[in-house]
Design a protein around this ligand. Structure first.
Ligand code: GLA
Length: 630
């Protein structure tokens, strides 16, 4: 009797443990699409933000000037509707009830009758103009300006507690204020409060703020506390849903690529910064670009990599450097980056308006498929990016990063088009249509020039689609990275402000899933065979793919990739359809030839691609030529 009781309770215990494991094991198929889906960001947000134009010196005049210019120039009609206030708007946190107060000396309309201040008159005005309003806050207690712009006239004032204007400890209260009471539609949430207020920091020892244990360890990224930071943003995301029953909000996570946000951002917010702040230099633009360009599989409708706001109009991208300005803009369009203008729009020259206002490039960025461009050709000088459009065509950018003219061939293979059939190109800057070519076509790019075309041709698969052409339909639910490492391929630009990082790889995610490349950026190779196309991913991974019942078969040649660091462990590839195992490979190890897998996916909505290793080993693997066929 006693024994039986023991056995039963043990079994119950074990099955509870198994259930808990199934819930937490990221490789367990869900049969569902699990990426974050709320908020208004089916296409990348577009609009204006005050920071690149004015840093902390924001004011109502400046912001309304930008809003009026967006309407008057026609940019608003093109989609530039978010008018976002950045750091600098706050005065203090009132101690009687914790309510935030606005600095009415710079936002006069916020001085309403009574004891409170309110942004409602301001957001009402924007809404009446057909625009949307964005606010800025901080995940910790103190803001970035309080650590980095100590001479700004717009720093919060008062006691230590009054100057704690960030969300920490006030998430619900502040989000209700911003969204329900003040009527904002967008929030950017920074993270200096959990990075810069460490015990020995100057801001602690001199002006006097409360010490906050860092979750982002500025110069030692390996010490970042990703789970803790993610939990703070999850609390915000939950609260946003609560105070926005109409779903009319956007959550922008600003932890600058740190604390592994390039991996989890898509599960929590609508966009997440992939790097530190851009500045108006060519090297900084390259750095920001590189931080997002290898991450197409992590983005898609509702969730976007954010290489930071546009600097078109300033420094290396000013009216005297239109080649650079156009490159910067075209690249952001191809990356599906948010298009947030960072320029004083009051009196902007026509040459700049024409860049932001290039309707063809805006359409590329806003294409409803949400497929971020994929690198088709990589070198240190020239790169070719190809982006799938929902009209069956491709957008292609030929980008010369270097200081000298370069000649490069664009090939049918880059476009995944049939090399024997004619390919047509339309230049999205000059609007000129080029004579059709077959096979390949040579182009000479000036220094820093980006040529960008819409390309039309015959797909080499006929009716099929390579997975690497539809990154917006892929959710990397688990990418198998065992511990965070910075991506060494990101251009390390010289930084004016020493000690702010940038000189060593800072952004975790190295080894993540890649389109048409191994997890380490090399050509996909299994055994003796190289694959021009496919998905490279580590073992311990699970990808969800939206098939939506549109395809008949899924086909791939799978195996351990030559780039693997682990040459011993065996891996198994599994294909699930709506939670049901469709087929799996035998265990394979490094050196084995690629194994062909075919699965019938007729009627299947979500295909899951899982790679398991027999140990806790991170094995680089390839889903070579992974494709759907009709
Ligand atoms: C950080 C952010 C910037 C900007 C400033 C404001 O540096 O990354 O985009 O918001 O703070 O102080």
């Amino acid at each position: 009797m006693k024994l039986r009781w023991f056995t039963t309770s043990m079994l119950v215990g074990l099955s509870l443990m198994a259930a808990a494991h199934a819930q937490t094991d990221p490789l367990t198929p869900t049969g569902k699409w699990t990426a974050h889906q709320t908020g208004q960001a089916q296409t990348p947000p577009m609009g204006w933000n005050s920071f690149n134009a004015f840093r902390i010196e924001v004011s109502e005049d400046k912001v309304m000037g930008a809003a009026e210019a967006l309407v008057d120039t026609g940019l608003a009609k093109l989609g530039y509707v978010y008018v976002n206030i950045d750091d600098g708007w706050w005065l203090k946190r009132r101690q009687t009830d914790g309510r935030l107060e606005i600095r009415t000396s710079i936002f006069p309309s916020a001085a309403i009758k009574g004891k409170d201040t309110s942004f409602k008159p301001f957001t009402d005005r924007l809404h009446r103009m057909g625009l949307k309003a964005g606010i800025y806050s901080e995940i910790g207690r103190n803001a970035c300006s309080q650590a980095w712009d100590l001479k700004s006239p717009n720093l919060p004032e008062g006691t230590v507690a009054e100057r704690e204007v960030g969300l920490e400890g006030h998430v619900d209260q502040d989000l209700k204020l911003f969204f329900t009471d003040w009527g904002f539609d967008y929030i950017k949430i920074d993270a200096c409060g959990v990075a810069d207020y460490t015990a020995n920091a100057k801001v602690i020892t001199t002006p006097g703020y409360r010490v906050r244990e860092p979750l982002i360890a500025r110069d030692r990224p390996a010490l970042d506390k990703a789970e803790d930071l993610k939990a703070m943003y999850v609390e915000v995301a939950d609260s946003l849903r609560k105070y926005n029953p109409d779903n009319d909000y956007v959550l922008s996570i600003c932890s600058w690529g740190r604390a592994d946000v390039r991996t989890w951002g898509k599960d929590v917010g609508n966009l997440w910064r992939t790097s530190y702040d851009i500045n108006p230099t060519w090297g900084s633009m390259l750095h920001s670009f590189d931080s997002a360009v290898t991450r197409p599989l992590y983005a898609g409708p509702g969730r976007w990599n954010d290489p930071d706001m546009l600097f078109v109009g300033k420094g290396d991208f000013d009216v005297n450097h239109l080649t650079e300005a156009k490159s910067h803009f075209a690249l952001w369009a191809m990356l599906n980056a948010p298009l947030l203008i960072g320029y004083d729009l009051r009196g902007a020259p026509k040459d700049l308006i024409d860049i932001w206002g290039n309707a063809d490039l805006v359409a590329v960025n806003q294409d409803k498929g949400g497929h971020q461009a994929v690198l088709a050709y990589r070198s240190n000088d020239v790169q070719i990016l190809v982006k799938t459009l929902s009209n069956g065509k491709k957008a292609v950018a030929l980008f010369n990063r270097s200081e000298a003219a370069k000649t490069v061939s664009l090939t049918a293979r880059d476009l995944k088009f049939d090399a024997a059939k004619p390919i047509g190109l339309r230049n999205l800057w000059s609007k000129e249509t080029l004579p059709a070519f077959t096979g390949s076509q040579r182009f000479t790019l000036g220094a820093h020039e980006t040529l960008v075309f819409e390309a039309e041709g015959t797909h080499r698969l006929g009716q099929g689609t390579y997975l690497s052409e539809i990154p917006g339909r892929i959710n990397v639910a688990a990418d198998g990275i065992p511990f965070p490492e910075g991506d060494p391929h990101i251009y390390q630009a010289t930084r004016a402000s020493a000690g702010r990082g940038g000189d060593t790889p800072m952004y975790a995610g190295w080894g993540g899933a890649q389109a048409d490349a191994s997890p380490y950026g090399t050509e996909l190779t299994v055994g003796e065979k190289a694959f021009a196309y496919g998905i490279g991913v580590l073992s311990g991974s699970r990808m969800e793919v939206q098939a939506n019942g549109e395809y008949r078969r899924f086909v791939a040649s799978v195996g351990v990739d030559a780039a693997t660091r682990n040459r011993k462990a065996a891996v198994t590839f599994q294909i699930y359809g709506d939670g049901r195992l469709l087929t799996e490979s035998k265990p394979v190890t490094y050196g084995d030839a690629a194994a062909d897998l075919t699965a019938d996916v007729s009627g299947v909505r979500v295909v899951e691609l899982i790679v398991r290793a027999n140990k806790d080993a991170a094995v680089a693997t390839a889903w070579g030529d992974a494709r759907f066929e009709k």
